[in-house]
Ligand binder design. Structure first.
Ligand SMILES: Cc1cc2nc3c(=O)[nH]c(=O)nc-3n(C[C@H](O)[C@H](O)[C@H](O)COP(=O)(O)OP(=O)(O)OC[C@H]3O[C@@H](n4cnc5c(N)ncnc54)[C@H](O)[C@@H]3O)c2cc1C
Length: 607
């Protein structure tokens, strides 16, 4: 067995992991970063549109307005202490990235250029504001490259193409992880004082998704199996504009630049649903509006899609109708949305300069996940009891800055703000604590599961089972939900999990580069998270943010201004039967900003 010892172990090399690695190593800690992908291939690199910060470079803006939009966009379920940190620290983090060399686009004064994005407004919802800082439409790519270079410069040690498969806990203290090295199939133990999960999302639970194949929720599932509850799993965001049939994301930046949604009758239908900010309403609102149009038979040629149109003549017509003086031309579009043009031409054979883009909502972002406090410490219950040694940030975590629905650009903010905080907190923590020894046989349980999959003699291939799960979740736990259908989904997912445990097969039984084996193990994580998502969604009998129940169409603040904590009712890592789930709805939402300003109190959300 290979054993490595580093004070801080970071799992995941996307924006959150790299930011934490950078600040922990600058704080003097000995840092190892473990990543199943080569770091710059992390999904953060696919983020297009921008990172929000109230710099006020284009027009007046304030962090408090940003916090307000975040809370309102989250349908008031966001913890307001976290939303405040997010909005305030975004400003310094964005500027620090600039100083590290991130090549943002510039405005005419040479300052960082900013564009509009859904749900971002000035003066408490008055009008859309330019808040998204961007580097053309490849902002995430630039963040990732910049941070990776800085981490190398600061001597963080990288273990690329190592899959973390278990968390090691001794006497309630997190003290390491187990990983498989892809090239050899060997198991490695990483012994640490602080373990930081930054493993990203799990869009692959659904059939149509913007998420990369690697987004299988490993970190969340690993922590869940080791007794950490999953918070607010019923809230999963569908982004309104995925390329039809494929789910490939078309950034909200397109609408930020003036792009409009058009139905089969040629109408700009968002005027009906969000008269004030129209196509730039928050994502849950726009996704539901699209579904409503499709149900009313207003898809393009009766099909299940609508158009997103950025052709200058269309955009300019609507700008003129709205009384705006701004106009766009082909060169603006080419400069601001180069990647988008490429994506559409390559994947859909559509040229957005001359044709409208066919779109449908696509599974995009997990608001829920591993619960943490604002210092990224993982918490175990409604009293916010901290699990020592364990930290998380980024999409796998739920500090709950986003509540029931995340605003565009706020994920990149979350990564850099909470990644940075986590790095600093861990650097301090490891200075003051002793090493927790490794327990006996730390790899026994996970080795047994890997042996089971490697030697399985079932009939079902991973891909078949995964497709079935994705179809169930798309049909029954998607944009609109009904109690009866979600209940069916719970049973379906349980049956599929049982099949997974007894009837799976793989082709490659070897050790080197065995992606077949790892993919099968990843499916186990997806099933685990699909199950907890569906169970959490049945229980919440209201509609809020991304969780829209047709049988409970209203938001119910009296009963449901609380977070969901879901726990597995077993200590077994891989039990023989699908474990029951226990839900706790006692964790209150932090409303500390409402004490300062009554506008932060929940009210009906209109755009
Ligand atoms: C197409 C697309 C466009 C987007 N555009 C925007 C945008 O414009 N603005 C915005 O704010 N947000 C955007 N988002 C959302 C945002 O990009 C993601 O939420 C964010 O990048 C997640 O970052 P992360 O650091 O949490 O994880 P990721 O960047 O997903 O990285 C996960 C890391 O974990 C590692 N990992 C995972 N499992 C394991 C394991 N078992 N063992 C070892 N390592 C593991 C991976 O190798 C990877 O390094 C977009 C998302 C998508 C999909």
């Amino acid at each position: 067995m290979h054993i490595h010892k580093h004070e801080v172990i970071i799992v995941g090399a996307g924006g959150a992991g790299l930011m934490a690695a950078l600040y922990a190593s600058q704080g003097g800690a000995d840092v190892a970063v473990i990543s199943k992908l080569y770091p710059t291939r992390s999904h953060t690199g696919a983020a297009l549109g921008g990172i929000g910060a109230a710099l006020g470079n284009m027009e007046e803006d304030k962090p408090l307005w940003h916090a307000y939009d975040t809370v309102k966009g989250g349908d008031y379920l966001a913890d307001q202490d976290a939303a405040k940190v997010l909005a305030e620290e975004a400003v310094a983090a964005v500027v620090e990235l600039e100083h590290m060399g991130l090549p943002y686009d510039r405005n005419e004064n040479g300052r960082i250029s900013q564009r509009r994005f859904g749900g971002h407004t000035s003066n408490f919802g008055e009008k859309p504001v330019r808040r998204a800082c961007h580097s053309a439409d490849r902002t995430g790519h630039m963040i990732l490259q910049t941070l990776y270079q800085q981490c190398i410069k600061n001597n963080a040690r990288f273990f690329d193409e190592f899959h973390v498969i278990d968390l090691i806990v001794n006497n309630g203290v997190a003290c390491g992880v187990v990983a498989v090295q892809l090239s050899t199939g060997d198991m490695h133990i990483f012994h640490g004082k602080a373990i930081f999960f930054a493993t990203g999302g799990w869009g692959r639970v659904w059939q149509i998704t913007s998420n990369a194949h690697s987004l299988t929720g490993d970190g969340a599932a690993i922590c869940f199996r080791r007794g950490v509850p999953m918070q607010d799993m019923e809230f999963y965001q569908f982004h309104p504009t995925g390329l039809y049939g494929l789910g490939v994301l078309l950034t909200e930046g397109i609408r930020g630049e003036g792009g409009v949604l058009i139905n089969g009758k040629g109408e700009r239908f968002m005027e009906k649903y969000a008269p004030k900010i129209k196509d730039l309403a928050s994502r849950d609102v726009v996704s539901r509006s699209i579904y409503m149009e499709l149900r009313a038979g207003n898809g393009i040629n009766g099909k299940n899609y609508v158009y997103l149109d950025i052709r200058p003549e269309t955009v300019n017509r609507f700008l003129a109708e709205a009384g705006e003086t701004r106009r766009i031309d082909t060169s603006t579009v080419i400069k601001a949305l180069a990647e988008t043009l490429d994506l559409c031409r390559t994947y859909a054979g559509v040229d957005p300069l001359t044709q409208p883009m066919p779109i449908q909502p696509t599974a995009h972002y997990a608001m829920g996940g591993i619960p943490t406090n604002i210092d990224t410490e993982v918490i175990l219950d409604e009293n916010k009891t901290v699990m020592r040694g364990l930290y998380a940030a980024g999409e796998c975590a739920c500090v709950s800055a986003h509540g029931a629905n995340r605003l565009g650009t706020n994920s990149l903010v979350d990564l850099v703000v909470f990644g940075r905080r986590g790095g600093m907190v861990m650097a301090n923590y490891v200075k003051g604590v002793d090493w927790t020894p490794l327990p006996d046989k730390p790899t026994a349980e996970i080795e047994a599961e890997f042996n089971r999959i490697r030697n399985s003699k079932g009939k079902l291939k991973t891909a078949e089972l995964r497709n079935k799960m994705q179809q169930v979740m798309m049909d029954k736990v998607g944009v609109f939900r009904k109690g009866s259908e979600i209940t069916e989904a719970v049973e379906d997912v349980k049956a599929l999990t049982q099949e997974y445990m007894t009837n799976i097969t793989i082709d490659d039984r070897g050790f080197k580069f065995n992606t077949d084996l790892l993919e099968a193990w990843e499916l186990g994580n997806l099933l685990e998270l699909a199950h907890v998502t569906a169970v959490s969604a049945v229980a919440r009998t209201e509609s809020r943010g991304a969780h829209s129940r047709e049988d409970f169409p209203n938001r119910d603040d009296d009963q449901w201004m609380v977070h969901t904590l879901a726990k597995r009712c077993t200590d077994d890592l891989y039990p023989a039967e699908v474990p029951a789930m226990e839900l706790n709805h006692k964790k209150a939402v932090d409303t500390s900003l409402a004490d300062l300003d009554p506008r932060f109190l929940p009210k009906e959300r209109t755009y």
